[in-house]
Write a protein that binds this ligand. Sequence first.
Ligand code: MTE
Ligand code: MO
Length: 367
Amino acid sequence: MKEKKKIRVPAVCVILFCMILGFSACGGSNLSEEELSVNDNATITLHGLDDEDIQVSVSELKELKSVTKKAEATRSNGQVVSVKATGPLLETLLEKYGVQKEDFNTIRFYAGDGYSIAMPSTIIENDDIIIAYYDGGAPIGDEDGPVRVVVPGQRAMYWVRMLTQIDFESEASAVTPSSLVFLDAALPQLSAESIKVGEQDVSAVKTQDLISAFADIDDNTIYNVYMTASDGLSKNETRANFMKEYIRVSGDGAPEFTGPALPEGMTVKGMVTLHYGDTAFLSLSQYAEMEKMTEGEKLLFSDVIKKIGTMTSDTYRFIDKDGNSSQYAFDELSGASLTYSSSGVSFDPGNGKDGVISNLLKIEAVS
Ligand SMILES: Nc1nc2c(c(=O)[nH]1)N[C@H]1C(S)=C(S)[C@@H](COP(=O)(O)O)O[C@H]1N2
Ligand SMILES: [Mo]
């Protein structure tokens, strides 16, 4: 009897001990070495730091000084993404190769599912970019990891899951445009096709067709294409990726950069501007919407020119859809305005002057 009792006490202790162990495992902080190192051999590629690409394994990332930060971001659908990310900062990783993140114009992150995004220079300069290998103290699962970029305080679209590659680019940023093409007038001139985006059939024009009709498609000096949208989003894509896709031309939020194989997070709805080399495209309808203007309200010529990045010139040429053109000195255009309506874009030189153009296609800076 006495002996039985002696056994019973330690048994209770063992059960309690197991429960405590079990709870702490649920908390995610007491994983075994083996559980923590499942992805150690996975690698990401660093492109643009050296003549040859560099492969960095997760175990090499783990050797670097790390930070752990809790962060939340809201997806475009309103859901909240929350993480407790552990990993080195991008600058810590770059130190290893003797460079700084500010040395680059664009840093672009690529994922295993075809997603990619360029980090704007303001984020590169001001934010913590965590190359995370743990979330909540545990390895990041296959749908998100093994490596995820986390930028606390920034939109979830920068939190690239399944990171495979980082491109460091030093190409110059957008150039000052010398011509401005109105998407409202240009897109209807091209033939649209029906494409499948998700479950939906949408009417869209090939980006290639737009560029070959209105810009210089053979300009190989162009590396990046820049877009902005009416909700304030700015994006850039490599020319190569941009050229594979489409622009949706009808329905809510058109024009929209999209495509059958383009990950949803890469689409640009309500495109206002598109810069392709020295050709700028502008959707006057989206611009008017962004400025909360009603259809038919006048937009000052000087504001429109500013919007696309100060297309400064002494003289401007206004060209309509039929190729007719008229020319004005900048000084003559102080009262000039543009109007968008469902029938297109019209130009009024202002101050009661003759020369209204009712089907404006583009404006060129004349040097
Ligand atoms: N690899 C990859 N990462 C991605 C995306 C994606 O489609 N693929 N979408 C981005 C966008 S647009 C959002 S809003 C968030 C969504 O975060 P979640 O997938 O953790 O919910 O992931 C970002 N990272
Ligand atoms: Mo998103």
